[in-house]
Design a protein around this ligand. Structure first.
Ligand code: AP5
Length: 276
């Protein structure tokens, strides 16, 4: 037995050495730094009704992949806060639970994807595309960049659960961080945990506007789900679970990718094993 144990240890140390060397070579091969190999890039969209948790989960994905988080609702609210002509027009539509024109939001996303340095590491689109023409606009944009979407994740939840989520939401406008009076309260009432600045309630976060936002979602955004179901990149998550469980479901989707990459065998180890 002693001989076998020694032999196993010896082989394990040879394998560890080879794996370390392969990792270093793969990093050099991808031309990237060890901390950011190209396989870690993410290009995805989050679809879900108001309050499903898009804005809660997206910052965690951003942290994991060091990519940009583009939330069209936040971009429009920033125009509203600056009182630009677009902001003034958008505020009326947003407070009524309607949708801003496709051309405007497609233009906003195009501008960010082209000029926002954070988007070089990939992107999460939150609240976009919201109509089929927006989905087609995104496809055209990505085609011209020789890119494809990896994931269209739908956060599924019953409308009945959303009233409490939306009416209790508190937001830190500068960062987009969101809290909930009951489900995720800030440490100090009405105060952002990180900056100590005041939290606000969005002007469209009331039961009446929510009813219209939900109607708009079912009428105009549900077909976007059908659009992505046909492409094979659509996946659904049960968004009625608590935020940590929703996050685990997202991680399982990302881990599924890694497993696929491993099976596809694009790495040097796979080539050595004759799998490529
Ligand atoms: P937008 O800002 O995109 O709003 P929305 O889609 O209605 O989504 P929300 O931000 O309300 O929901 P969320 O899913 O991010 O929820 P959150 O994570 O904060 O759009 C606003 C308006 O802008 C639109 O109505 C439209 O007019 C316009 N617009 C935007 N994009 C457009 C486009 N592409 N085209 C045209 N018009 C556009 O969570 C909500 C609350 O629940 C929080 O308090 C949170 O703490 C809590 N919570 C989250 N997850 C959980 C959980 N798992 N359990 C318990 N509580 C939770």
């Amino acid at each position: 037995m002693g001989y076998l144990d020694d032999e196993v240890k010896r082989l394990q140390s040879i394998i560890d050495g080879i794996e370390g060397r392969v990792k270093a070579l793969e990093t050099r091969q991808s031309g990237g730094s060890p901390s950011k190999a190209t396989s870690e890039e993410i290009r995805m969209i989050l679809i879900g009704p108001p309050g499903a948790g898009k804005g809660t989960q997206a910052p965690k994905i951003k942290e994991k992949f060091s990519c940009c988080h583009l939330a069209t609702g936040d971009m429009l609210r920033s125009q509203v806060a600056k009182k630009t002509p677009l902001g003034r027009e958008a505020k009326k539509i947003m407070d009524q639970g309607g949708l801003v024109s496709d051309d405007i939001v497609i233009g906003m996303i195009k501008e960010e994807l082209e000029n926002n340095q954070e988007c070089k590491g990939g992107f999460i689109l939150d609240g976009f595309p919201r109509t089929v023409p927006q989905a087609e606009g995104l496809d055209a944009m990505l085609r011209s960049r020789n890119q494809t979407l990896q994931h269209a994740v739908e956060l599924q939840i019953d409308d009945a659960l959303l009233v409490a989520r939306i009416t209790g939401r508190l937001v830190h406008p500068a960062s987009g961080r969101s809290y909930h009076t009951t489900f995720n309260p800030p440490k100090k009432a009405m105060t952002d945990d990180v900056t100590g600045e005041p939290l606000i309630q969005r002007s469209d976060d009331n039961a009446e506007a929510l009813k219209k936002r939900l109607a708009t979602y079912h009428l105009q955004t549900a077909p976007v789900v059908g659009y992505y179901q046909k492409t094979g990149i659509w996946k659904a998550i049960d968004a009625s679970q608590e935020p940590g469980t929703v996050w685990k479901s997202l991680l399982a989707i990302f881990d599924g990718d890694k497993a696929k990459a491993g099976n596809a065998g694009s790495g040097i180890l796979s080539k050595l094993a004759g799998r490529s």
